[in-house]
Design a protein around this ligand. Structure first.
Ligand code: F6P
Length: 545
């Protein structure tokens, strides 16, 4: 049943608790020495400190009641069991099956999907071993040195984010590049300087119908054939594909032997752990990729089996609901103190916002409350010198997740100083400053002139979650991704929406097709446009050289 959260007793109680005002973090830390222990949790290797959030035991207990009243546990179990919880597309939602161990079994619609997953993984791994060892060569007999993934959305953001994050683990002789945008600048600049003889393209597209990807794939095919003098067999040696639509892959001219499949029950934004991760497998190798998958699985098991009271994704999802629906937050910052995670926020934007940016519930009725908040972020410390001002002293409530690892990939020293320690000092200092602020008296005590005391006060009480792990290993990256997948799921269940469809991207695609002839010079098509669009296209046509 699709329970309207706003009709539950927990919702009414949360409304009362929010009206009472939020706890003062200085006060609660002073009064409650057990708070940090009570609000710190583990999920696999992730150490998660929720103590600097604007909640007390009453709020958390009521959020947990809300989870039960909207059937979070039943919906979670339905997802893991392969029920068709993606109702608008009538599909199972089984990214969790992509990371189950080979000896597991899960029958969905009469098919053991775990066996299917491992059959594809075996082919992916065998192909990767060939490329990594140099046994697979380009058409001129040279080994592959550059892998170019062509894809967009989930067929790009996960692979590029994970490649960037795990670069310290990559094969010395294999570099990956990524082309996503249909802006021809992307293909032109990504291909610049590459040698076609040593370049392998992966066309990654779940549907194999995405305009951007197919256009870029054709551009790359022409670049390859031009560069190799149309050598016979070049496409077969330099193009592979990952898709659920293997018939379309063949129609494009890619040898089916070089195509790796996945299934409609894997959403694009949940697909980095499927064959869509092929570029990553080529870069870090099968063994490390298996560790990546095991990391996801560890957090899946945590989410599936841990009581809600200490279930980290459930708690973090419920906290987000508290901020969005009861305290009026409109955005959520994710601030990794790990340069390698510099594409993590971009990746999360698709995961969270394509999943939960919905205005109708899964039964088709309008939503009854605000849904998906805007996710954004940049790595610290860069963000500190850019937008943290607003988080510290602005007028908006911005809950923020801070992520850091104890051991750096590159332990460098500045003289005697361990630079990673300098970096982490900032991570620790920022959440402290946000939580506890600086009072007017503390500012005065520093000898500040009275007139500028107000400008230098930090109110504090700005909520953060701190997530730490031993190192940014493949497993920990998998754990982090699974954590946010299940946070997103939890919020979607509370709001009663289908977090697994994405109809909101369709209208723009349709209209782009309809507008294309007008852009290309068809006056009749131009006449059919609204006045603003007509004027803009007219500007383009007058200025295009
Ligand atoms: O337009 C949105 C979207 O459908 C995403 O959900 C998806 O990840 C992306 O396009 C790419 O789709 P495909 O993998 O089918 O090319």
């Amino acid at each position: 049943m699709n329970v309207d959260p706003t009709t539950t007793p927990a919702w009414a109680r949360l409304t009362e608790l929010a009206a009472r005002g939020t706890p003062d973090l200085r006060q609660v830390f002073a009064d409650d020495p057990g708070r940090v222990d009570r609000f710190t949790f583990a999920a696999a290797d992730l150490h998660v400190d929720l103590s600097k959030n604007l909640v007390d035991d009453d709020v958390v207990a009521t959020l947990l009641n809300l989870a039960r009243e909207v059937d979070l546990e039943q919906r979670r179990d339905a997802m893991f069991a392969g029920e068709h919880i993606n109702v608008t597309e009538d599909r199972a939602v089984l990214h969790t099956a992509l990371r189950k161990p080979a000896d597991a079994r899960l029958e969905v619609d009469g098919q053991d999907v775990v066996a299917d997953v491992h059959a594809v993984l075996a082919r992916v791994y065998a192909f990767a071993e060939q490329v990594r060892s140099g046994a697979w060569t380009g058409v001129t007999g040279e080994r592959i040195r550059t892998v170019v993934n062509i894809g967009i959305g989930g067929s790009d953001l996960g692979p590029v984010m994970a490649y960037e994050a795990l670069k310290p683990y990559r094969h010395d002789d294999i570099e990956c590049r990524f082309i996503s945008n249909i802006d021809p600048t992307d293909a032109a600049e990504t291909l610049a300087g590459l040698d076609p003889a040593t370049t392998l393209f992966i066309v990654s597209s779940k549907t194999f119908g995405t305009l951007e990807t197919l256009t870029n794939a054709r551009l790359c095919r022409s670049w390859l054939l031009d560069g190799l003098g149309s050598a016979e067999g070049a496409v077969a040696k330099h193009f592979v594909a990952v898709s659920t639509a293997l018939d379309k892959v063949e129609a494009f001219g890619i040898d089916p032997a070089n195509a790796f499949g996945f299934w409609d029950w894997v959403g694009g934004r949940y697909s980095v752990d499927s064959a869509i991760g092929l570029s990553l497998v080529l870069a870090i190798g099968p063994e490390r990729f298996a560790e990546f998958l095991a990391g996801f699985h560890a957090v899946d098991e945590h989410f599936r089996t841990t009581p809600l009271e200490s279930n980290v994704p459930a708690l973090m999802g419920l906290l987000n609901v508290w901020y969005v629906n009861f305290l009026g937050a409109q955005t959520h910052a994710v601030l990794p103190y790990a340069q390698s995670l510099h594409r993590f926020a971009a990746y999360l934007q698709q995961l969270t916002m394509e999943s939960n940016g919905k205005g109708v519930r899964w039964d088709g009725s309008p939503v009854t409350t605000d849904t998906g908040e805007v996710f954004w972020g940049e790595p610290g410390t860069n963000g500190q010198h850019a937008f943290y001002q607003l988080i510290h002293q602005g007028t908006r409530l911005i809950p923020a997740d801070f992520i850091a690892v104890a051991n750096p990939a590159h332990p460098l020293k500045d003289g005697e100083v361990d630079v990673h320690e300098l970096f982490l000092a900032n991570f620790f200092a920022q959440t402290k400053a946000l939580a506890f602020g600086k009072t007017a008296d503390e500012v005065r005590a520093e000898g500040t002139k009275e007139a500028i005391v107000p400008a230098r006060v930090f109110t504090g009480n700005r909520p953060t979650t701190s997530i730490m792990a031993p190192e940014l290993s493949p497993s920990v990256l998998g754990q982090l991704i699974a954590l946010y997948e299940h946070i997103t799921f939890t919020q979607g269940v509370v709001w009663g929406i289908d977090s697994f469809d994405q109809w909101g991207v369709e209208l723009g695609k349709q209209l782009a097709q309809q507008v294309t002839p007008a852009v290309a010079g068809d006056d009749a098509a131009l006449e059919q446009q609204d006045a603003s669009t007509r004027a803009l296209i007219d500007y383009y046509r007058r200025h295009r050289r």
